[in-house]
Structure formats: structure tokens, C-alpha cells
Ligand binder design. Structure first.
Ligand code: HEC
Length: 135
């Protein structure tokens, strides 16, 4: 009869022990902040830069979120990035015209693609990026 209490106490202890360990880990996780110290006159590290997302977004990021949906697969007749023959016939238009069409819209190509807040410079960089990958 006395022995049966252990059947409850042992699992109970195990639960407390286990939870205690998990709790410690979660506290350590929460206080483990990434801190970046920048001295005056020096360039700041990545952490500080990523908070200024608009300034620091890369051409690659814009392409992936704003253009790839159509230009990776050729949706609605979009020229596919990486397939030269789909771009070479557009080259005679000249870079300015291609950038203008991407920025202002052209047939099924929506203005600025899916990057509504892209500047013209950013669109120009992405068009160049797409051409570099294709031709
Ligand atoms: C909703 C789909 C879609 C998205 C998103 C999209 N495009 Fe397009 N794009 C098209 C289609 C369709 C065409 C072909 C239009 C035509 O020739 O009639 C095209 C054509 C182009 C052309 C060639 C224009 C020309 O004058 O021949 C460029 C450059 C271009 N897109 C750049 C971009 C860039 C840069 C982005 C991202 C910022 C983007 N596109 C996002 C569908 C899209």
C-alpha cells in the first residue's frame, strides 16, 4: 500500500525536472539578444542595416518578391529570367525603354511588378539583374 505513492511521486518529480529545464532554456533564449555596437565613423554591421529595410533591400530581394512570380515561370507571356531567347528580341528597344515599360507597365506587365514602392532606380537595377541572369 505504501509503495503505491511512489507511482505518483516519481512521475511528478520527472515532470517538474523536465519543465524546469525547458524554462531555463527559454529564459536563456529570450535574453540572448543580438547586440551590435557601432562606433562613430565606422560602418555599422548587418543588424543595424536590416532595420532600414527600404534602403538596404537588395536587388535579389526585390526580384524574388516583386518579379519572380511571373518571370520565373513565364506567367501571361512574361519573358523568363534565364532564357536568353526570350530577352534577345526585346534588347533592341534599349535599356531605357525596358526600364520605362517595367516601371510604367506594359500590356500584361503591371507597373513596377509587385513592388509598389520601388523607385525607378531600383526597377532599373532589377531589369539589369534579370538581363545579366538571362543573356
Ligand atoms: C504579374 C506578372 C508580372 C510581374 C509580377 C512582373 N512582370 Fe515583368 N512582364 C510581365 C509580362 C506578362 C511581360 C510581357 C509583356 C509583353 O511583352 O506584352 C513582362 C515584361 C517585362 C519586361 C520587358 C518589357 C519590354 O518592354 O519588353 C521587363 C523589363 C520586365 N517585365 C521587368 C519586370 C520587373 C523588373 C518586375 C519586378 C519588379 C516584373 N517585371 C514583374 C509580367 C510580370
Amino acid at each position: 500500500m505504501k509503495n503505491k505513492y511512489y507511482l505518483f511521486i516519481i512521475p511528478l518529480c520527472a515532470v517538474f525536472l523536465f519543465n524546469g529545464k525547458k524554462y531555463d532554456e527559454s529564459v536563456i533564449e529570450r535574453i540572448h539578444l543580438q547586440v551590435n555596437v557601432c562606433l562613430e565613423g565606422q560602418e555599422c554591421g548587418q543588424v543595424a542595416q536590416t532595420s532600414l529595410s527600404k534602403v538596404s533591400r537588395s536587388v535579389d530581394q526585390i526580384y524574388v518578391s516583386g518579379c519572380a512570380a511571373c518571370h520565373d515561370a513565364g506567367v501571361a507571356g512574361a519573358p523568363v529570367t534565364g532564357i536568353a531567347s526570350q530577352w534577345t528580341n526585346r534588347l533592341p528597344k534599349g535599356m531605357d525603354m525596358l526600364v520605362n515599360n517595367a516601371y510604367n507597365g506594359y500590356n500584361a506587365m503591371p507597373a513596377k511588378g509587385l513592388c509598389a514602392d520601388c523607385s525607378k532606380d531600383e526597377i532599373a537595377s532589377v531589369v539589369k539583374y534579370m538581363l545579366d541572369k538571362s543573356i
